[in-house]
Ligand binder design. Structure first.
Ligand SMILES: Cc1cc2nc3c(=O)[nH]c(=O)nc-3n(C[C@H](O)[C@H](O)[C@H](O)COP(=O)(O)OP(=O)(O)OC[C@H]3O[C@@H](n4cnc5c(N)ncnc54)[C@H](O)[C@@H]3O)c2cc1C
Length: 471
């Protein structure tokens, strides 16, 4: 069972304001409610009382799994969150026990690892989070309100509040706060607003991804019986440019995402959508989905580049301001790190506030330089393998890639390597564990057996299983 972080004896401040009521904002508001007498969350969209898609989160129709590390942080902030999410319909997918996973050129062994990919629709996850936040007595939610700029002290050295109004116009009002948290996502206007106040423009590193995601919800096909809850065909970068993934989510529906990189466009018509998976390196997803009934439209999301704003490098930065989540750093979605990293940022912000409000923004943004380094490198390494993608390759890049490819091959038949890789992927261990002498030796010497080469998932439409269902 999760434990909560003990409350400080007295709150550090009177009022904190968070704008952007998506995952990072909801989590940050939850953290700050422990340190401030009052917290206000401002969100541009209107919130429905239920798991509804929203205009402000266009990526919300695509697969959105929460990593184990993210869930651990959420349970610290909102004790019992794991159980609540499960009750709402989330599927807990053991990353190796419940996952038919083709990667590194082989189907991986199905040996449970005890680390989960928490699978549900993104609106469901947000709704459960929102419910928890709204239940906190010192939190006020102002939805249908858009933040339009900062209020500052006369010398502009401190952000003292925000201006807000209804989206698209209307009466403007000002809310004062000792701490303003920007959780407005990748399109955050903080860089422009700071520049207008006389601060230097924040440096940005952008690494091209150029991926198109296309997702659709399906009813389970008739007679569907499978001993997995998620199936994925991962691309071998940079040669393979297609990915396909299906996962079981609430209501026993199947959410399917396909993606194409660098000019590979997933089809948008009914027939073409499933057909895209037919001649992939493995045909299994096609075999599963060819009978499935779609439950809604095909949603498309174009993700152009990883985007990291180096607030930690700015020589001057106002006190009283902290960007979190995608507003600070947005990652190639394929590794599912975005929400977890946002949660870690919110947690760190809480720790910085705990040390006192004086200097909190400086302490926080410096710590972000360190915190973001690992997920950033995990997210961008694959993209930098495409020779035409611009960006600084770290020293030893070619050697690391060679080792990484060998490691993926090893993880396709060696359970220790597989589980170590999953711990890194789930952000519960640092990538350095992949280079332990014991694993390095295996990387250099181990070879798959004939059984490893032949391993593949059981057909999900085995005649016996269909008969069983029909009986
Ligand atoms: C296709 C795709 C798949 C992904 N899959 C995963 C996954 O499996 N796992 C994972 O962890 N991450 C995934 N991500 C990343 C994840 O979506 C983001 O990291 C996460 O949503 C970032 O949350 P956020 O709260 O910072 O910003 P956002 O989710 O972008 O939300 C910003 C919020 O701010 C509001 N807002 C904006 N401007 C204002 C304003 N001026 N005033 C008030 N409100 C404002 C918006 O309405 C919105 O609610 C995926 C991303 C994509 C594109």
């Amino acid at each position: 069972m999760s434990t909560s972080t003990p409350l400080p004896p007295t709150p550090s401040g009177k009022h904190a304001l968070v704008y952007g009521g998506s995952t990072a904002g909801l989590i940050a508001a939850g953290v700050l409610s422990r340190h401030f007498e009052r917290v206000t969350l401002v969100e541009r969209d209107r919130f429905e009382d239920g798991p509804q898609a929203r205009k402000g989160v266009p990526q919300g129709s695509h697969i959105h799994g929460l990593l184990t590390r993210g869930m651990n942080v959420l349970c610290e902030i909102f004790p019992g969150f794991r159980e609540e999410l499960k009750e709402a319909g989330s599927r807990f997918i053991d990353m190796t026990g419940d996952h038919a996973w083709f990667m590194g050129g082989l189907w991986r062994p199905r040996v449970p690892c005890g680390l989960y990919f928490y699978a549900q629709s993104r609106p469901l996850l947000e709704w459960v989070l929102r419910r928890r936040l709204k239940a906190l007595p010192n939190v006020t939610v102002r939805d249908g309100r858009e933040v339009t700029g900062f209020q500052t002290s006369a010398d502009k050295a401190r952000v003292t509040g925000v201006h807000l109004r209804a989206p698209g116009g209307g009466q403007e009002e000002t809310l004062e706060a000792e701490l303003v948290v920007d959780a407005s996502g990748r399109g955050s206007r903080t860089p422009q607003w700071l520049e207008a106040l006389g601060y230097p423009r924040v440096e940005e590193t952008n690494i091209q991804v150029d991926v198109i995601y296309s997702s659709r919800l399906f009813r389970r096909p008739p007679g569907f019986v499978a001993d997995w809850k998620m199936m994925s065909i991962a691309p071998q970068l940079p040669t393979e440019k297609r990915m396909a993934l299906i996962e079981t989510i609430e209501n026993d529906h199947l959410l399917m995402s396909i993606a194409g990189w660098h000019g590979v466009q997933p089809p948008l018509d009914d027939a073409g959508y499933i057909e895209f998976t037919r001649d992939m390196v493995q045909p299994h997803i096609y075999e599963v989905m060819k009978h499935a009934e779609p439950l809604g439209p095909i949603h498309v999301f174009r993700y152009s580049h990883n985007q990291r704003r180096h607030y930690e490098r700015m020589p001057r930065f106002p006190e009283g301001l902290a960007p979190v989540g995608d507003a600070f750093c947005s990652f190639n979605p394929i590794y599912g790190q975005g929400m977890t990293t946002g949660a870690l940022q919110a947690q760190t912000l809480g720790e910085c506030v705990r040390q006192g409000l004086s200097g909190v923004s400086q302490r926080y943004r410096r710590q972000m330089g360190e915190l973001l380094a690992t997920p950033w490198s995990m997210a961008t390494t694959g993209d930098l393998r495409f020779p035409h993608v611009e960006g600084k390759r770290p020293p030893g890049f070619a050697l690391t890639n060679w080792y990484g490819d060998r490691f993926q091959r090893l993880a396709s038949h060696d359970v220790e390597a597989l589980h170590t890789f999953v711990r890194v992927m789930q952000m519960v261990e640092e990538p350095t564990v992949l280079f332990s002498p014991r694993l390095a030796l295996k990387v250099l010497t181990a070879r798959p057996t004939a059984a490893d080469l032949e391993r593949k998932p059981e057909p999900p439409f085995a005649p016996a299983a269909v008969k069983e269902q029909a009986a």
